[in-house]
Design a protein around this ligand. Structure first.
Ligand code: ASP
Length: 341
């Protein structure tokens, strides 16, 4: 028996023993990967200043590194996606937590979801007005309640019972979002009032993450303020498991774009289903969804997606999508525009 063969038999036996003992496999056995998005839409060089671009890139980099740091120290994909998303909920540039877009009445109604591909388990919140970090509350719904989705006042009462930080509505509101709402109302008033036009994402910046940890587990998380000038009570795709957020043992997806289209087509789940039932590779399933199924109905947006082997996709049919990936092979990339930058 040759030496390399002996070594691989020994490592196989050690891995099997570790599995039997319930111990995690050595990190080298699995790639670790985190992929993030920071919203899709009209993200074009012509509309961007150098300072703004640098600031978005710094924000995306911070989210990526916060999540990757969790994976690097052997943490779970669930903790990694929560950490990545949470950092941008505190950043007023992004449409999540502070700085989220405003509804028609000029307040923020926040949606968030988190899903653990192992189990699977999921938690989500919708239409909360006072929860500083909605992704934290979504996690608590998953971990500490028998439910998957809590909305509105009931979600906030649950937040109170869990000791989650609550803030006044004014905490979330920024002058930029007030300006965007005024502009959206002006545009809506000028357009034909007879046909309800689909609301297009304005004021980009929904935040999402998918991750694969050293144990080979996948997770997904998404947090958003939804769409500017939405009606009071509107809930988007983000907290709807399978529409804007989904994770299984073999696939994790977080979406961004016009939520109504993502809900009608159950985008995140459909990508995972195409992989599972049609045995399509991840990139092909994502491509079909974004450039064929979604586009055919007029839906605009994109997704980040990851499979259990560490293959990932960051694809969109809008002008741009804030996005980034970091993995244990040394890759670290951040991009915003249609091209690879
Ligand atoms: N998908 C989000 C929603 O419709 C918005 C976005 O991603 O920009 O609520």
């Amino acid at each position: 028996m040759s030496r390399p063969h002996t070594r691989s038999l020994v490592s196989l036996a050690l891995a099997a023993a570790a599995l039997l003992a319930g111990a995690p496999l050595p990190a080298a056995e699995h790639p670790i990967v985190i992929v993030i998005h920071g919203g899709a839409g009209v993200i074009e060089r012509a509309h961007m200043t150098a300072e703004r671009e640098a600031s978005y890139r710094a924000g995306l980099g911070a989210a990526l590194d916060a999540g990757f740091a969790v994976l690097e120290r052997g943490g779970s994909s669930l903790d990694a996606v929560a950490a990545a998303v949470r950092t941008r909920e505190d950043d007023p540039q992004f449409n999540a937590g502070r700085g989220a877009v405003l509804n028609h009445d000029g307040i923020c109604e926040l949606d968030a979801a988190i899903m653990d591909g192992t189990g699977p388990r999921a938690g989500a919140v919708a239409g909360v007005h006072h929860v500083k970090n909605p992704i934290e509350l979504a996690r608590l719904v998953m971990d500490k309640s028998p439910h998957v989705l809590l909305a509105g006042q009931g979600a906030e009462e649950f937040a109170l019972s869990q000791g989650v930080t609550l803030v006044p509505e004014s905490y979330f509101i920024t002058p930029e979002r007030v300006r965007e709402l005024e502009e959206a109302k002006r545009t809506a008033a000028e357009s034909a009032p007879t046909t309800p036009l689909p609301l297009r994402p304005r004021g980009m910046g929904t935040v999402g993450a998918v991750a694969l940890d050293a144990q080979g587990h996948l997770a997904a998380a998404t947090s958003t303020g939804g769409i500017t000038n939405k009606l009071y009570g509107r809930i988007g795709d983000t907290p709807v498991i399978g529409a804007g957020t989904y994770a299984s043992e073999s696939c994790a997806v977080s979406g961004t774009g016009q939520g109504e289209f993502f809900m009608r087509q159950v985008v995140a789940y459909d990508i995972c289903a195409m992989m599972q039932y049609q045995h399509l590779p991840l990139a092909r399933a994502v491509d079909l969804m974004i450039h064929d199924k979604l586009r055919r109905t007029g839906g605009e947006g994109g997704v980040i997606a990851l499979d259990r082997d560490g293959n990932f996709a960051m694809d969109f049919n809008s002008a741009g999508m804030h996005r980034g990936v970091r993995n244990s092979a040394g890759r670290r990339e951040i991009a915003m525009y249609r091209d690879a930058n």
